[in-house]
Design a protein around this ligand. Structure first.
Ligand SMILES: [Zn+2]
Length: 86
């Protein structure tokens, strides 16, 4: 996937900057679902942060025997259940 000229903040009209590599837990209706490696990007003007650049496949999945061991390293927990738009 191409990054193009770069991810940008629609509010500030400047390019986002990559902050650090992070570990993200995605939840499902039954609870913890998948753990992913991703990148945290930030707007240098307003400090809005966005999670982008997930790996090709999950770092760990709920059915794997060592899944619970990976939960301690999670930086962000994301609700993976889609919400309807208002
Ligand atoms: Zn901004």
């Amino acid at each position: 996937m191409s990054l193009g000229p770069g991810y940008a903040c629609a509010e500030c009209k400047v390019l986002l900057r990559p902050r650090k590599n992070i570990t993200v837990l995605i939840t499902a209706s039954f609870g913890p679902y998948q753990i992913w490696q991703a990148d945290l990007w930030e707007c240098p003007e307003c400090s809005q942060q966005v999670i982008l650049g997930y790996g090709m496949k999950p770092w760990a999945e709920h059915y794997q025997p060592d899944f619970k061991d990976h939960l301690a390293g999670v930086d962000f927990t994301i609700d993976g259940i889609s919400k309807e738009l208002p």
